[in-house]
Design a protein around this ligand. Structure first.
Ligand code: ADP
Ligand code: MG
Length: 308
């Protein structure tokens, strides 16, 4: 009994000292006017706050770091893109969590978009193309831009609509326009893929033992597909009759929106696709063109070369 009493007394004494230490630490921290002002924004008594001085100091420092921060790469916090933050919880004590900062939220959103837009042999900066940046004063693009806006509206109601076959000279912004359209729809959660066609065929040919099937099936089934620069490939019977033809056949049957960019009109492409090293095969190229026409609408874009 006596021993218990002694223990109780010692504990009380220790706790009293502890409380005192906590208060001293908190008061010391509050000598910094800014920390004091920060602590005032939290709706708890100083007595309660004093139990968290060291955590509050970290949260205060992180919050201060955020105030003048310009970008994620300048982040000075412990966890890049996150701010250690105090919240008053239901028990009237504090909970600390890592809150993502606005720059981090933006990056997370971009990553989400990136996951939904697959690029095959395309430069990564194509992800930065935005409809909002398109020069609407350029009259040569009016028709294409109108078409794109209508597509966005219509696609929400019916995703079995034709894509665009956009042709025109090198550097006229064809790829940019369609990529901007995809970016817009991808932001809304839809999946898309852009395939640089000449390179895709080359890499497909050399990847039979690797992820060939996976790639091939992916682009066959992705809801929005752009076959970029069709006509710039060197035509082979294999690329035309096994790869292109079966992708188009599937997409035609499933009525999946398919886009093309090309330096060639449909008529020129038909000619181009008819000539392989082995022979001239009009029938095969005509069959491909029939499928292209089933899945897309032809449009020409005339514009100056935008490449530097
Ligand atoms: P194409 O596919 O017709 O050969 P691109 O789409 O590759 O042309 O465009 C050529 C260059 O011009 C690219 O570097 C692209 O980023 C840029 N570009 C095209 N359209 C725009 C635009 N509206 N705003 C900004 N840059 C653009
Ligand atoms: Mg292009």
């Amino acid at each position: 009994m006596a021993i218990n009493n002694l223990e109780g007394y010692l504990n009380k004494y220790k706790n009293g000292n502890l409380d005192l230490n906590l208060k001293v630490n908190f008061n010391n921290a509050c000598k910094d006017q800014l920390f004091r002002a920060y602590a005032n924004t939290i709706t708890l008594s100083d007595e309660r706050l004093s139990a968290y001085t060291s955590k509050l100091e970290i949260a205060f420092k992180e919050k201060s770091n955020c105030i003048n921060c310009k970008s994620l790469s300048n982040c000075k916090n412990e966890l890049r893109g996150y701010c250690y933050t105090a919240y008053v919880n239901e028990k009237d004590s504090l909970t600390f969590t890592y809150e993502s900062c606005p720059y981090m939220l933006e990056e997370i959103q971009k990553e989400e978009v990136a996951k939904n837009m697959s690029l095959f042999d395309m430069p990564r900066d194509i992800r930065n193309s935005k409809l909002i940046d398109i020069d609407i004063k350029d009259k040569n693009r009016t028709a294409a831009i109108k078409w794109i806006s209508k597509f966005i509206d219509d696609y929400h109601d019916n995703n079995h609509i034709k894509g665009l076959y956009l042709h025109g000279s090198f550097g006229s912004g064809k790829t940019y326009l369609i990529a901007a359209l995809f970016n817009e729809l991808t932001k809304q959660g839809l999946k898309s893929a852009i395939v640089y066609w000449p390179e895709f065929l080359r890499s497909l040919k050399s990847s039979f033992n690797t992820n060939y099937e996976e790639k091939f099936n992916y682009i066959k089934r992705v809801p929005l597909l752009l076959i970029d620069d069709i006509g710039a490939e060197s035509v082979s019977a294999w690329g035309r009759d096994e790869i292109l033809s079966s992708i188009l056949q599937f997409r035609m049957q499933e009525e999946m929106s398919t886009f093309f960019t090309s330096n060639m009109s449909m008529t020129d492409l038909e000619e181009h696709l008819s000539i392989t090293k082995a022979k001239n095969d009009r029938l095969k190229s005509r069959r491909i063109m029939e499928r292209i026409k089933q899945v897309s609408t032809e449009m020409e874009i005339v514009s100056k070369n935008r490449r530097n």
